[in-house]
Design a protein around this ligand. Structure first.
Ligand code: SF4
Length: 246
């Protein structure tokens, strides 16, 4: 079995617990305005690899991953677009080294497509980008109903999740939207951690290289105060729902 990959990072510390091998898959069905890897969208490009190719890349560092409580994270692009390949890879790293496996996904996936993959996944990093469907479409090019359904399915099957939200001034920081996000998270089981990722413009040069026009020109990084405010609004709404659920 082969897959198309975008790139590899051997010492990732941001995408899951411990030190991690991070594999970025090629291809994504969304087109987020803030994407810092727009070169990962096209499903027809990237490097074609097989499972053994990736296992050889991981092997030299397995000791670091295991002793740090880390493992492997498969990110993107959108890794569920190549769910059968990622499932085989996760199965292989479990059988060979019993590595911890994390899937970093936008959640834009039908549950039936991810069933086998989730069997070998220990943790899902789920990006919830915008609760307002209209604003979600503007932000990503797609509606959010499939994503919210996927999140509910993960919750129902007891999957451990870290939910992440990119805070973009004027795009994803409206009070009502943040409240709705907190309420939705409060209604989910299995959310072990919630993180706000402040928007930054680091990927702009890739948009320029690809000849794409960048839709967030002039939008700055949120201040610490704005990030604190978002945490406060989301946290209060989440807690209220969790208390009501008992
Ligand atoms: S889901 Fe991720 S890879 Fe896809 S467009 Fe959005 S930020 Fe980029």
């Amino acid at each position: 079995m082969t897959g198309r990959i975008h790139s590899i990072e051997t010492f990732g510390t941001l995408d899951g617990p411990g030190i991690r091998f991070v594999l970025f898959m090629q291809g994504c069905a969304l087109q987020c305005l803030y994407c810092h890897n727009p070169d990962s969208w096209d499903t027809k490009v990237g490097k074609v690899v097989n499972i053994d190719d990736i296992l050889s890349e991981i092997e030299p560092y397995v000791g670091y991953y295991k002793s740090s409580g880390g493992g492997i994270t498969v990110s993107g692009g959108e890794p569920t677009l190549q769910a059968p390949f990622v499932a085989e890879l996760f199965k292989a790293v479990k059988e060979k080294w019993n590595l911890h496996t994390t899937l970093d996904s936008s959640g834009f996936c039908e549950s039936s497509h991810a069933e086998k993959l989730l069997k070998y996944t220990d943790l899902v990093l789920l990006d919830l980008k915008q609760m307002n469907n209209q604003r979600h479409k503007v932000l990503t090019g797609q509606p959010n109903d499939r994503i919210l359904k996927f999140a509910r399915w993960l919750s129902d099957r007891g999957t451990a999740m870290w939910v992440r939200h990119v805070l973009v001034p004027g795009r994803t920081d409206d009070e009502q939207d943040l409240e709705a996000l907190g309420q939705f998270i409060g209604s989910l089981d299995g959310v072990e951690r919630f993180e706000i990722l402040p928007y930054h413009q680091m990927g702009i040069y890739k948009w320029e290289q690809l000849g794409k026009s960048y839709g967030l020109t002039g939008v700055g990084t949120p201040t610490d105060k704005e990030v604190e405010r978002a945490y406060r609004i989301i946290g209060a709404a989440r807690t209220a729902v969790e208390l009501a659920r008992g």
